[in-house]
Structure formats: structure tokens, C-alpha cells
Ligand binder design. Structure first.
Ligand code: ADP
Ligand code: ZN
Length: 435
């Protein structure tokens, strides 16, 4: 019989033991954190020390850390050890100003690789799998993060990196790839290239598992991807500030992502009052590293909105699960007084079989009021010139979106491939009001 767990004892700790372990590791993290200029000053001023934490519930005594703290402390302000102990840095995309740079020592990289291996294992990957990583390498954590984890697990790894779909397909077919990692938005495009070349991944590859993450996506998108590839898709949550991938991952149950609570403290707060919300209610996720030495980050406000799934998972893992991320607090836009997340629109579009996977939401401020335009690509199979059919489809999309967001959009139907592609994470919203 094969094992169900990568680290059975840690993955199945009962709540009391898990929380005792968290409290111990939090005290150790604080002891390290105060060695850094940033936390040293802040905690000294507030009179905080490892002794402030008796049980894990005491974590609420500690102040939050926000993205601007990391930016202001760039590049070394959160470092707890001599620079000579640091072996790697990663950073967020940081299109304006300083990015948030995260520094790792060898322990940190080993711990991270172990969590990615644990995650992949939980989703069913095994050492005899052939793993192809289609995410960008370099500063982006999805590349090296999955690479190290998959090697640790013992897979034959193919560091294909992002883009170059024809080569991806060739590698997949030649090496018998069984597991891939990708941003979900790329898989629709990859499938189109399979089709253009007369290939069908369900018939022509050995794919069994698709690890998808780094972007908000809906259940509808998952179902679509599974159908296109004839393989199971598992949601993967990570962020650079918390290492990268391997923070939260779906197990074989495919119903929410286990946050590895022996290595992270998970809190969900109300972003307005900053108070914790009960399990089951949506709020902003706050995470604390418990196993990072060079650069612990404590009570980090991720800006990601989600909820804890209150039920225990049938897989036997005791780490709590989070639901899919609805978006970041700053992804939300307000149109005609209604709060809208892009994922609400995605959910509607992905239920419509005539539409492909690519779309763009454009918002314009006009004298008569804000206008939201949805540009959606048709699938090659439904690319028709029949005006009546197109008009019916357009009307249907307008009605479905209005039901979801309470505002009527303008809908433009485009041919496959018309929306500009970019490598890495998809950009779904172009808010011209901010331009
Ligand atoms: P950047 O900030 O440059 O995009 P990251 O790669 O660190 O860099 O992005 C992390 C963010 O990506 C998360 O905070 C979250 O908003 C998003 N994200 C990561 N994984 C998922 C996922 N599975 N579902 C939804 N959003 C995700
Ligand atoms: Zn589970």
C-alpha cells in the first residue's frame, strides 16, 4: 500500500498539539525577528518579546505587517542574519516603486521545498511522475519553488518555464509528462495550440494532474480545464512574501486548500475593523511564517479575500482549508455603486460554452456614467458570421452578467486570439478611470 501522507504525523496533528507547536514556533520566530532592524525597533517600542506569546491566541497582541512595511524595509531591513548566510532572494513583480524582496537561508529553502513536495503529494503526485513546470523561472517563485519541491518529491522534472507552447507540447509528448504546473489562464491557450496542430491532450498526452494557481479563478474555470485536458486540476495557493507555492494546496478531495498550519499561522480578519471573523466567514487572510529563519514575516495582511472551510476534510489532514480566493481587496472595482470582483464575471463567462477562456473587462468613466465593457473571445468551434446567432449570444451574456453584478455590461465578441497575450499572470481588468 502506498502512503497517503508525506509527513503523516505533522499532517494529522490534533488541534491542541498543532496549536502548541504553533505557539512554540511563533516564540522562536519572534526571537529571530527582533534581530532584524524592522521588527527589532517595532517590537522594542511596543514592549513585545517571545514571552508575549503563551498560547497561539496571543498572536493578536502583535501588530500587522503590510506590504508597504516590506517595501520600506527593502532590501535588507527584515533580515535577521548576516548577509553571508543568505542563499537566495525572490521578489514580487513590484511594477511601481520597490518590490517586496524575500531572503532565504539554506534552512528556509529546504523547508520550502519540503512544503511544496508535501503539497504535490497531497494532490496525488508521486516520485514516478514526470513533472513539467510551465511557470516563469527567475524572481517569480512559481518556477524555482515548484522545481525544488518536485525534485525533493523525486519526480523527473522538466523546467520548461513559461510560454513557447509548441515546445511545451513536444516535451509533454516525448517525455510522457503526467503532472504540470501552470497559471490557469495559460492552459486555455495551450489547448488551442494542441488543437491547431491536430492534437488532443486527452488522447495524445499522459497528463493526469494539473496544478493551477497564482491567479484567482473560478470553479467553472477548473471544470473547463479538466474537460479540455482530461485530467484533474488542483488549486495551489502561494505568495512570495510567504515563500511562494506550497502555502496552501488542494488534496485529492479538490475541495479547498489546506494551509500548512505547522509552518504558517492562518487568520481571517475583517479588513475594516481588523478583528478576526469566525471560521466560515469571508475576510482578509493574514499569514505568519513559522519556519523561516532569515526573514520571518509576522501577521502579514495578504489582501486576499477568502474564508476558512469549517468542516474537517475527509482526507484526514487536520490543517484547515481555505476556499478559493475571491480576489485581492484591491481587485474589487465599484461601478454604478455596485462592488464587483472580476471573478464574478469570469464565473458567468466560463459557463457559456461558445466562449473561449480569454476575456478582458474594460471600465470607462463617461459623462453619462461608468461603462463596463466585456471583450470575450469565441471558441474556434463557434466562430460564426451569422449575425442573428451572435446577437442572441451577446444578449444572453449581458443578461447573465447583469444577474450576477447588477449592472448591464456592453459585450464585444471577438475572434479567438484577438485579446493580446502576455506571459505570466493574466491581466483581466483595464480600468481606464485610473489611467
Ligand atoms: P505578485 O504580487 O507579483 O503577483 P506573487 O506571485 O507573490 O506576486 O502573487 C501572490 C498573489 O497571487 C496572492 O497574494 C494572490 O493574490 C494570488 N494567488 C496566488 N495563488 C492563488 C490562487 N490559487 N488563487 C487565487 N489567487 C492566487
Ligand atoms: Zn484534505
Amino acid at each position: 500500500m502506498t502512503n497517503t501522507f508525506w509527513q503523516e504525523e505533522l499532517e494529522t496533528l490534533d488541534r491542541a498539539r498543532l496549536e502548541a507547536l504553533q505557539a512554540k514556533k511563533l516564540r522562536e520566530s519572534i526571537a529571530r525577528a527582533v534581530q532584524s532592524p524592522f521588527y527589532g525597533k517595532r517590537y522594542r517600542e511596543l514592549g513585545l518579546s517571545p514571552d508575549s506569546i503563551r498560547t497561539i491566541a496571543d498572536i493578536v497582541k502583535l501588530p500587522f505587517t503590510v506590504k508597504d512595511d516590506l517595501r520600506d524595509a527593502y532590501p535588507f531591513g527584515l533580515l535577521t542574519c548576516p548577509k553571508t548566510d543568505v542563499v537566495r532572494m525572490h521578489c514580487t513583480s513590484g511594477t511601481t516603486g520597490n518590490p517586496a524582496a524575500i531572503l532565504h537561508n539554506q534552512h528556509d529553502l529546504d523547508s520550502w521545498a519540503n512544503l511544496v513536495a508535501r503539497s504535490m503529494y497531497a494532490a496525488g503526485a508521486r516520485p514516478d511522475d514526470v513533472f513539467q513546470n510551465m511557470s516563469g523561472y527567475g524572481l517569480f517563485t512559481g518556477g524555482l519553488g515548484f522545481q525544488d519541491g518536485a525534485e525533493k518529491l523525486g519526480c523527473l522534472t522538466i523546467p520548461a518555464a513559461a510560454g513557447n507552447s509548441k515546445r511545451q507540447i513536444k516535451l509533454m509528448m516525448d517525455f510522457g509528462t503526467t503532472v504540470v504546473h501552470s497559471v490557469p489562464s495559460y492552459l486555455g491557450r495551450l489547448h488551442a495550440v494542441f488543437a491547431e496542430n491536430g492534437l488532443d491532450p486527452r488522447r495524445d498526452t499522459r497528463l493526469k494532474r494539473l496544478f493551477i494557481g497564482a491567479e484567482p479563478h473560478s470553479e467553472e474555470t477548473r471544470l473547463r480545464i479538466q474537460e479540455l485536458f482530461g485530467a484533474k486540476a488542483y488549486n495551489s495557493f502561494g505568495m512570495t512574501e510567504m515563500n511562494g507555492p506550497g502555502v496552501g494546496f488542494e488534496c485529492a478531495c479538490q475541495n479547498g486548500m489546506h494551509i500548512w498550519e505547522d509552518c504558517y499561522v492562518l487568520e481571517i480578519i475583517d479588513p475594516e475593523t481588523l478583528q478576526p471573523v469566525p471560521d466560515g466567514e469571508v475576510g482578509e487572510m493574514v499569514l505568519t511564517t513559522l519556519d523561516r529563519q532569515a526573514m520571518p514575516v509576522i501577521r502579514y495582511r495578504t489582501r486576499d479575500l477568502t474564508r476558512v472551510i469549517p468542516e474537517t476534510c475527509p482526507c484526514g489532514r487536520t490543517a484547515r482549508r481555505i476556499d478559493r480566493i475571491t480576489g485581492r481587496t484591491d481587485d474589487m472595482f465599484i461601478i454604478k455603486g455596485c462592488n464587483v470582483f472580476p471573478i464574478q464575471i469570469e464565473r458567468v463567462l466560463m459557463r457559456i460554452p461558445e466562449l473561449g477562456s480569454d476575456y478582458l473587462i474594460v471600465i470607462e468613466g463617461k459623462p453619462e456614467g461608468d461603462v463596463i465593457t466585456i471583450q470575450a473571445e469565441l471558441t474556434p468551434a463557434f466562430c460564426t458570421d451569422n449575425f442573428k446567432e451572435l446577437e442572441n449570444l451577446r444578449r444572453r451574456i449581458i443578461a447573465d452578467v447583469r444577474d450576477e453584478i447588477l449592472v448591464s455590461p456592453v459585450v464585444q465578441l471577438l475572434s479567438p486570439g484577438e485579446i493580446p497575450r502576455r506571459e505570466g499572470k493574466a491581466v483581466r481588468v483595464n480600468d481606464l478611470r485610473k489611467a
